[in-house]
Design a protein around this ligand. Structure first.
Ligand SMILES: Nc1ncnc2c1ncn2[C@@H]1O[C@H](COP(=O)(O)OP(=O)(O)OP(=O)(O)O)[C@@H](O)[C@H]1O
Ligand SMILES: [Mg+2]
Length: 274
């Protein structure tokens, strides 16, 4: 099988040594004075699988949407792939960032293949693609991605007829079609049962390894985080309260952080890691 990403690698000049994400003292409020993010600091190096965890309402989706350039932030600094984010990202930067919302954002009435092809629009601005005429090379690339994700036989099926796991894989294919450097996904596998979620995450893990992508997912299941993520951060009440390699986040430590009132001290962390 061909490796479509090698032939169509982005021509963007990227500083490969730049971290994928740098967030400095980020503050955000939907309503004046009601801070949802309160001084978030985060640095994510390029190439790796990071999980964001935290209780409901902590601000995970909000942070994800800010990183995807969908929400203007109030205070602080965000750098994506070395580029400062101010307001809406430039098209060249937006192209390098694949965002998968919880509802996946697929067009249910279009086929899997057509949905994947839509991912290439980020790389084209011509009227032809807007009208649905895709160059043959793009169609071949989309088919190669579907094949890679074990979906070749579902390519011409409408999305509403696909299973949850199949849709999840179509969403990955559509995002890869864009040829991003960074993939952000919100609650990406929360609608799947554990075995199916594990399958999809194993695939994401493989893509991170093979393509040097940086992937940041909001995940609720510690078991999945321990098994697939490289690194984990925990957001609570709009603040980063914990960060470690994923295998170091044990159940007792996780429970302590999720149930505890305050930021967990480094001594407790050391103690619980033992
Ligand atoms: N559009 C909005 N307008 C006003 N408040 C909002 C909006 N979206 C989210 N919020 C509030 O911001 C806070 C953080 O929400 P967010 O969706 O980021 O949390 P989360 O960590 O993703 O939670 P969950 O795990 O339940 O998805 C919540 O109190 C929520 O009610
Ligand atoms: Mg959320």
């Amino acid at each position: 099988m061909t490796q479509p990403w090698i032939t169509l690698r982005s021509e963007e000049t990227l500083t490969l040594s730049a971290p994928a994400v740098v967030v400095k003292d980020l503050w955000f409020a939907y309503r004046e004075g009601e801070w949802i993010l309160r001084g978030v600091d985060l640095q994510i190096p390029a190439g790796g699988f990071w999980a964001i965890m935290g209780p409901s309402g902590a601000g995970k989706t909000t942070l994800m949407r800010i990183l995807a350039g969908l929400l203007p932030f109030s205070r602080g600094q965000v750098l994506l792939l070395g580029h400062p984010l101010r307001g809406k990202p430039e098209p060249a930067l937006r192209r390098l960032i694949g965002y998968i919302p919880q509802q996946l954002g697929l067009v249910r009435g279009l086929t899997a293949l057509e949905n994947v092809l839509l991912g290439s629009l980020a790389r084209h601005d011509g009227w032809r693609t807007a009208l649905g005429f895709f160059p043959r090379a793009e169609i071949e690339r989309a088919m190669a991605l579907l094949e890679m994700l074990d979906l070749a036989d579902r390519a011409h099926e409408k999305v509403f007829r696909l299973s949850g796991g199949e849709r999840q894989r179509v969403a990955i294919a559509r995002t890869l079609m864009q040829d991003p450097q960074l993939i952000l996904a919100d609650e990406f596998v929360s609608d799947l049962d554990l075995p199916r979620a594990a399958q999809v995450l194993a695939l994401v893990h493989r893509l991170v390894r093979e393509r040097g992508l940086t992937v940041i997912l909001n995940l609720h299941e510690l078991q999945l985080v321990q098994e697939f993520a490289d690194h984990v951060v925990i957001l609570k009440e709009g603040r980063m309260v914990f960060e470690s390699p994923a295998p170091d986040l044990t159940w007792p430590l996780f429970r302590e952080i999720m149930e505890g009132e305050h930021e967990i001290s480094s001594e407790i962390t050391q103690e619980l890691r033992r």
